[in-house]
Design a protein around this ligand. Structure first.
Ligand SMILES: [Zn+2]
Length: 64
């Protein structure tokens, strides 16, 4: 039996593995998001907890 959960809304509900703390550029694993909106986040590296200071990892930012 195949259970399919992927539907057309996959693009909207993108699950990220972590957020990026803009303050210290560290990955942040303690967060809560709704779709692509950060509701709560806490950077355990620098203590930043301002959701506006976090980016979703897929934000178009040149890597490397
Ligand atoms: Zn930080």
């Amino acid at each position: 039996m195949i259970i399919g959960e992927n539907r057309d809304m996959a693009n909207e509900e993108r699950i990220v593995d972590f957020l990026i703390c803009r303050n210290c550029s560290s990955p942040c694993y303690v967060y809560e998001i709704d779709g692509q909106t950060v509701i709560e986040a806490l950077c355990q590296t620098c203590g930043n907890e301002d959701v506006r200071e976090f980016s979703l990892e897929d934000e178009d930012d040149a890597m490397g």
